[in-house]
Design a protein around this ligand. Sequence first.
Ligand SMILES: O=C(CO)[C@@H](O)[C@H](O)COP(=O)(O)O
Ligand SMILES: [Fe+2]
Length: 222
Amino acid sequence: MSKQSPIIAPSILAADFARLGEDTAAALAAGADWVHFDVMDNHYVPNLTMGPMALSALRKYGIAAPIDVHLMVKPVDRIVPDFAKAGATLVSFHPEASEHVDRTIGLIKDSGCQAGLVFNPATSLDCLDYVLDKLDLVLIMSVNPGFGGQKFIPMALEKLRRVRRMIDERGLPVRLEVDGGVTAENIGAIAAAGADTFVAGSAIFHAKDYRAEIAAMRAAIG
Ligand SMILES: O=C(CO)[C@@H](O)[C@H](O)COP(=O)(O)O
Ligand SMILES: [Fe+2]
């Protein structure tokens, strides 16, 4: 199993919150594949964003694309079924935010969602040895979580290469996602390091032309 077809997932943290439905729909109409939905709790990270009600509102508005929920929430388990009910497709969490990583993965899957595990720039990949075959996605953070608009941390490239090797050696259908500071300028190098799923917030939503930006990203991925 090698790299899967590229997915571009705009982080709606950078969208206009006063018109979240329209802005999300515009990014999808401009060629995005998924919606990346950042959940911050002012505890695990020093920022506060959206919850299951906002996700449910996007579904009611008519957003039908996969919604990739990135939980920066601690503790994580209690809120997982609420996001599943609200219409999440994939739910990812940070190992530091769960007392029992394997149990949380099971909870996400039992709730009917795909499961992802997220690694901060300074978090070790050790637990992946034990759970990689249960995951649908591994997310490598290329910024410290909590805010959009930060600069890409280059050491994420080596981490991506390591996880790509693990996925390929085991022949698993696991997606490898990157999140933080992704732009049309650096996405080629990020893809070359092994990522197949790309979150981009500011680069897309602060661009004048979403379609041109997403097209530039796809061209650079190759
Ligand atoms: O999870 C996070 C930040 O914690 C991200 O999803 C950011 O929201 C991505 O935004 P940009 O770095 O692309 O602006
Ligand atoms: Fe994120």
